[in-house]
Write a new protein. Sequence first.
Length: 317
Amino acid sequence: MTRAHVPVLAGELIDLTAPGEGETVVDCTFGGGGHARLVAERIGPTGTLVCIDRDPAAEERFEAFAREVDCRVRFLRMDFADALELLGEEGLRADLVYLDLGVSSMQIDAWERGFSYSYDAPLDMRMDPTQELDAREVVNEWDVRRLAKIFRAYGEERHAEQIARAIARRRAHSRIETTQELADTIAEAVPAPVRFAGGHPAKRVFQAIRIAVNGELESLDRALPAAWALLRDGGRLAAISFHSLEDRRVKRFLAEKARGCVCPPDFPVCACGREPEAMLLTRRAIAPTPGEIEANPRAKSGRLRAAARLATTARGS
């Protein structure tokens, strides 16, 4: 059963970025429209909200959403990096751009999408069901070295090599077609203490495969500068991430934008001329409250970071 969509850190996002009447906002990950609905209420009938999602199911939800809100709306069914670059080419200027990263609860709970080890379903994991690459191809056709590499890089999995070899042994007899077959293979490959420790032993590998299938980190690396380029002076960029690979990228990007002089400390005066482009709105990532986690356990790993673009005159003064 698909759970009702509950947006994570929604109040914190609104309080931190303060969308206002008449502003132009870009929601890079529409999903169920939870964040978008709160934003639409605040920008009002003179505001514009551009929503992006590559999932056709999200586009269907957007059609109902568009009939219920007063602001001007537009939907782009695209990868968010592609969409942000397109908006830049069109000359759009935004007051707020935000990203709610990772896979949505609705995608996890749609068993037929094959994102979860909690349901026995065909291996898939595509956020855009029309793309060619899916989890079945990754698991059955990528070589052991390549599998181990993504398990380490995208899942931070300590037992990457053992799991990759176990997958190769199993598929040599018959293809791995379902989430249950993959989860069982992973569980059998790891040491017993890991199997019975906290959390499912397949969690990190499923994350890694999903990231690889959907090119999530490559998209994020392109999306952050594209989103920043859209912002007017005073515009805000915010991102909610759900694992360290995403959060580190967001943290580094915003910190770099907020960085000023890079001259050695022994220089008497600045010679580099570098001025900060951003003011950080979060010195540390904002985490969900205990109350939110109790109501929505999937919110636990959420982290929110944001920054505001400094005015050109402020940077040059």
